[in-house]
Unconditional design. Sequence first.
Length: 345
Amino acid sequence: MRNQSVERNFIIKGRRQRRRRWLFVTSLLIILTIILCCAMLYFGNTIYPVNVVLRSLMGEEIVGANFAVNMIRLPRMITGLFAGFSFGAAGYIFQTMFRNPLANPNILGITSGSSVAAVFCITVLHSSNTVVSVASVIGGITTVIIMYFLSRGRTFSVGRIIIIGIGMQAMLDAAISYLILKSGQQDIAGALRWLSGSLNGSKMSEVSPLIIVVVIFTPILLILGKQLSMLELGEQTATSLGVHTDKMRMILIVSSVIMIAVATATTGPIAFISFLAGPIANRLVGVSAQNILPAGFVGAIIVLFADIIGQFAFEYRYPVGVISGIFGAPYLIYLLIRMNRKGEL
């Protein structure tokens, strides 16, 4: 009896420690996100005093500052914040649910599906930004539907869906290359700019759908965090615990894909954010299916920081997707080497 009491106290103590660590790290991530948001409002071709930036945000008419802060920097900052959060949180859902760090929207071809639709609209149909955004969302969702039907079997297989996703990505990337090669010179620049993933030209009217999607689907993902932790234990274990695995998996996938697709439609496919955010959050907080918020803020931090670096650290300005790709590619190589040594590949 005494041993049971000691064991129970030990479990409660460990749970409290993990909870305190989660709160501490998440608070630090939120603070760092706020600092980077402020930096994006402050820095630019012209550095305005802090009081001028604040007065402009409050609606006071200040020549020059009002346009720079409210029309350029604020939409850019909000777009980076919500797109980074979407990429980070949704990527973490995929990696946790499929129990594989390679199972993220970039590797599985979801962002490539969005990109094919967007490039087709840009180079063939010469569509407006609104049509490109809608087509991008439809392309991402369609890719997931096709992957789901191709991976169906008697039982769910993580390996099967990852292999199919990698194949889909290769095929879709080839389609993108074909569209660019066949497009006119006047369309190539726009397509490549979209494909690089950029916050340039962000507008409040275009980021509104992304904000709405994040506000709606983030609570859904948080509510389903317990079911996600059970899915992480495996198909049979989750079923024995009373989880309707197919239903929960479908809800999680649809919610995550919509967030990814709308974020991609807004900024283009920013490389490696959904790939990096989850593992970094797990390292900081500890492995848990409740790391959706930390992963989202890590994604936002990477996007905001990469955009600041791309804008001000070099002689020429680079899109955020180029900088995040520089960060992410070495990590992908490291991860593949580590998985190969453990016999996971």
